[in-house]
Structures are given as structure tokens and as C-alpha cells.
Design a binder for this molecule. Structure first.
Ligand SMILES: [Zn+2]
Length: 287
């Protein structure tokens, strides 16, 4: 793990393009941080307490100031299992209220149980889910340590509680998992129609740099948002055509030309599932 500078006061650490495993300590997502005059504002908490501690060490190389806030882009395991480390250091956790759905869900409980087995010893019985200290319900401007962060409620897209944070003073956009770079997005149960709308909302910002939820930062913000957008539109177009024609999924998948995305990492792992979920979603939307 190595903190890379994004702008005069912003930094990030970049997770690997892999699935979470004991070997990578679940370091498969990014976290960003901004050094304000009053302390460090963190964006996302990484995927295990051990990683969070390594991030604290990276931050200490940059500034002696305390970590005052953690802004959570969404409650997926790889972005939140490190939260307890920062909370124990006195940081305030900020997230969208829709995270309550996840926090109270069987999905969250089962995921934690599974992670304790699959990601041992990095996730264990001491790893806990933490609710936010402050809730965001709507688009909101946050002044943290004198620095403006524009919180944008861009869900439900990747998750119901998606938030993006824009720092206009340095034109840095922390996009969470709304923007994937250099890998196939994990679409899961996402509402791709609203995800596309949300990307349009982010395209309206004059962002110079994007720190995405996964993959390297983007200095070509517009292009990368457009790429994620294109992938989602392509999934929806091809799968809705198939669903409408009542073409069975296996056939539809085989008959679809995936060549423009096939070179991206995780294509083999994620694309078929993304297509399948989109196929089901298209059937559902058609009803
Ligand atoms: Zn993620």
C-alpha cells in the first residue's frame, strides 16, 4: 500500500484488481483522503481492519493531523470493514441513510459470517459493522476543516446508499463505485437505469480528477465516466432486446458481441453475471 498524491491536498491508496482473499487482506478497493487545515477527511475505509491500520500509517507519512471524518460512499464489505479502526481513533462516520437497509439486512450478516471464513485471519469475530454517526438524506454541502465537500446522493445505482463527494477547490471527484476503471464493473443487483442517470449527474461536475472506488485514478474524468456509462447502456440494450424476444439467457449471452469489453480485467468473472442480472432486470422492467 502506497499513498499517491491526487491534488495539492488529496491522496489515495489503490486496491488490487482481484477478488478479496487472505493473500490480499481484502485490499480490492480504494480509499482517498484529504488533508484539511483541521484534520484528515477519509473517503471509504477499506476492506479489513488490518488494511485500515496500514492506511493510518500511510496517512501519518503525509501529516500528523488526526483523522476527523470518514465519508462512506456505500456499504459494501470491501469499503467498510476497516471502519472500526478510524472510529476507535475518534473519527466521525458519515453515510447515506439508506445504508440502514444494508446494516439491518441478512445480506450484511451473512456476508460478515462468510468473510470471517473466507478472509481469515483478517476478518474475525472482532470485526464489526458500524453505523454512521451522521446521516445524509439529500444532496448536501459539507464544510469539513474549512474545505467544501459536495455530497451527492447518486443512488440507488451501485447500491441504494451511493454517495459521491466532490471537492470543487481542487476539482477532485470521489466517485465510489459509480465509476469503475480498468476493470469490468460489478453490477450485482444495481439499478442500472438510475446508475446511468447518476453518471450524467456526475458528468455535470467540472471534475479534473476522479478517484474511483476501484482501479487507478482518472485524469480523464469525462472519458472514464462515459466508459462505465457505455457498458451499462450496452448491457441494458442487448439484454432488453433478448428479454423482449423471449430468447433464453444462455443463447442471448452467446449471441452478444462482447468484444469491446472482453479485454478488461475481471471480464471473465463478472460479465456473465452482470449480463444475467441485467437480463432479469429487463424482464422485470418490461412487466
Ligand atoms: Zn466496491
Amino acid at each position: 500500500m502506497h499513498a499517491q498524491q491526487v491534488s495539492p491536498t488529496a491522496w489515495y491508496v489503490q486496491g488490487v484488481s482481484e477478488l478479496g482473499s487472505p493473500a490480499n487482506q481484502n485490499f480490492i478497493s480504494n480509499a482517498g483522503f484529504v488533508v484539511t487545515p483541521a484534520g484528515v477527511v477519509l473517503i471509504d475505509a477499506l476492506g479489513s481492519p488490518a488494511l485500515a491500520k496500514r492506511l493510518v500509517a500511510e496517512i501519518k507519512k503525509v501529516t500528523p493531523l488526526p483523522i476527523t471524518h470518514v465519508l462512506v460512499t456505500h456499504y459494501h464489505a470491501d469499503h467498510i470493514y476497516g471502519l472500526q479502526v478510524f472510529k476507535d481513533m475518534g473519527a466521525k462516520i458519515v453515510a447515506h441513510r439508506a445504508a440502514l437497509i444494508y446494516l439491518n439486512s441478512d445480506t450484511a450478516r451473512l456476508r460478515m459470517e462468510a468473510s470471517r471464513e473466507q478472509l481469515a485471519p483478517w476478518i474475525d469475530e472482532n470485526t464489526r459493522l458500524l453505523a454512521p454517526d451522521a446521516w445524509i438524506d439529500a444532496d448536501q454541502d459539507l464544510l469539513l476543516g474549512g474545505v467544501l465537500f459536495q455530497a451527492r446522493t447518486v443512488g440507488p445505482a451501485h447500491t441504494p446508499e451511493d454517495l459521491a463527494f466532490y471537492m470543487p477547490s481542487e476539482k477532485v471527484l470521489f466517485a465510489g463505485d459509480l465509476v469503475f476503471r480498468s476493470r469490468i464493473p460489478f453490477v450485482g443487483q444495481a439499478d442500472s437505469r438510475h446508475w446511468i442517470t447518476a453518471l450524467d449527474q456526475l458528468l455535470a461536475f467540472d471534475a479534473g480528477v476522479i478517484v474511483p472506488g476501484h482501479g487507478p485514478l482518472s485524469k480523464d474524468a469525462r472519458h472514464d465516466m462515459q466508459q462505465t456509462r457505455e457498458y451499462l447502456v450496452y448491457l441494458r440494450t442487448t439484454m432488453s432486446r433478448a428479454a423482449e424476444a423471449m430468447e433464453p439467457f444462455d443463447e442471448a449471452y452467446k449471441n452478444t458481441d462482447w468484444s469491446q469489453f472482453a479485454h478488461l480485467p475481471l471480464f471473465r468473472l463478472a460479465n456473465r453475471m452482470n449480463a444475467y442480472n441485467t437480463y432479469l432486470l429487463m424482464e422485470h422492467e418490461a412487466k
